[in-house]
Design a protein around this ligand. Structure first.
Ligand SMILES: [Zn+2]
Length: 312
């Protein structure tokens, strides 16, 4: 505590040019300020904002998601999610980690969202594996028989049709999706037709995203959670680049499997950890080294995100 109005220091009438009553007031004010500062510094650190993290292994059970040469998306996502769960529990023991599934079981996307909401999640991390359809290229033409006309005037003729050869799609790399509520339908179409579009399994049983209720929910989500979702998504992709993965970046989608993000009342990201249709990436995601590297990268990003949100 500081006394600035003491007579003992020889400032009987004025202190630094101030009269004694003013000085007294100033003294009281300073004392209060200092006491309040002291009280503040003794307050235990603020309660963390991120108390519960939901880890969702995409697909499962009757819905195996995309298929590779020897593995399925549901198998890979479960392995990655289990490893991520272990890592996060170790790294942030004060945070509750909730898995939507720990075995090969099926949940409708609605159930996944319900679990996340019921558990009061503060963050929803969805793990998926991407797939791209084989590339079809025209390698030549062949003649096939066709007929025109009816009855006696029916005539046989030959027409040329293209001969296709399919080859594995070269698409590879990681991407992290956030729900985009403001995308026009036109743009959504463009994204669906994109080669990054996941397997048809992603479109199963998705509720109508164009219903008035869904639109209101999406708008709310985008206002409240969009910014933080993008922040985490960027952190995750940065970590992937750090371990030498090709990053396709942070992407927005408001359709298909990504619906589960909008249905959760919390910031949420959906990580496409690579393409199961790319031989190297399927091998990488099934290898122990690859799984350790990927989950380490995701955990690093989640820890950094939590530190940022909790202000540490
Ligand atoms: Zn998926």
């Amino acid at each position: 505590m500081v006394r600035i109005c003491e007579d003992s220091i020889g400032l009987n009438k004025t202190v630094f040019g101030m009269t004694r009553p003013i000085c007294k007031i100033l003294s009281i004010f300073l004392t209060i300020t200092m006491l309040s500062n002291a009280a503040h510094s003794q307050t235990p650190t603020r309660a963390p904002k991120i108390k519960t993290i939901i880890v969702d292994a995409g697909h499962g059970g009757t819905d195996q998601g995309a298929k590779g040469r020897y593995s399925t998306e549901a198998q890979i996502t479960l392995n990655l999610a289990l490893r991520l769960d272990t890592l996060l529990r170790r790294e942030m023991p004060e945070t509750r980690i909730v898995m939507t599934r720990t075995t090969d079981i099926y949940h409708h996307v609605r159930e996944k969202a319900n679990i996340a909401n019921k558990e009061n999640g503060d963050l929803f991390v969805c793990i998926h594996v991407n797939a791209a359809p084989p590339k079809k290229t025209v390698v030549g033409y062949k003649s096939v028989a066709a007929y025109k006309g009816k009855g006696k005037s029916r005539k046989k003729y030959f027409k040329k049709v293209p001969v296709y050869q399919s080859s594995p799609n070269p698409a590879h790399g990681t991407s992290t999706y956030v729900w985009a509520a403001d995308r026009s339908d036109e743009k959504t179409k463009g994204i669906i037709e994109d080669e990054r579009y996941e397997s048809s399994a992603e479109v199963m049983d998705v509720p109508d995203v164009n219903s008035p209720e869904a639109i209101i929910k999406a708008r709310l989500w985008s206002q409240k959670f969009f910014k933080n979702s993008v922040r985490l998504a960027s952190m995750i992709e940065d970590e992937f680049v750090g371990i030498g993965r090709k990053s396709l970046g942070v992407l927005q989608r408001n359709h298909m499997g990504i619906w589960v993000l909008q249905a959760t009342n919390m910031p949420a990201v959906l990580i496409e950890t690579g393409f199961i249709t790319d031989q190297d990436e399927e091998d990488y995601l099934n290898s122990e080294a690859g799984q350790i590297e990927m989950t380490r990268a995701i955990a690093n990003a989640v820890v950094k995100y939590k530190q940022m949100i909790d202000g540490k």
